[in-house]
Design a protein around this ligand. Sequence first.
Ligand code: ZN
Length: 188
Amino acid sequence: MVAVEFPILGTEPLSVEFANTLYGLGDPVDYLRVPEWIDLWFAETGHRANGAMGEDGERIRALRDAVHAVLSAAVEARPAESGAVQCLNEFAAAAPTVLRLDWAAGAPVSRWMDTVRGPDAVLGRIATCCIELLTGPRAERLRRCPGPGCSMFFVKNHPRRRWCDPSCGHRDRQARYYRRRLARGASR
Ligand SMILES: [Zn+2]
């Protein structure tokens, strides 16, 4: 198997990392296009569901495309396509969670419990995570990286963060440097 380096930032909500598996603008690279990569991606992000995710490629890519579509709409400040919204809602509905009360440790503690297992639970969590992100306080800090050739979504978690990753800022400075040199060369 070919080693693959996924565009995982490791800093973002799961739904954002998931959307970033469609990498680049125009003719994007799909990092979930083969079953092996799907299993690897879920393993690397710590959401492996009995290692069986890869067999669900078509549904997984459908949800990923929907998450990507609604995050794109959000950063472009326009309404999302109704099909993408419906897709998210269907995945969220297929994996409802229930609030569970636990009093075993002497004080009441609550926990959200999945009502289903396997891929449905993981995909439902991603859909729910996306809905919460878009409608919660982090929504206004959602950004698309302006780095050259980059399209990664990220949640701006501190005021000075401009890039998905510092390496993108570095590439941008390099690109501007070469453009200036080219411009100077052309004017001579
Ligand atoms: Zn970037």
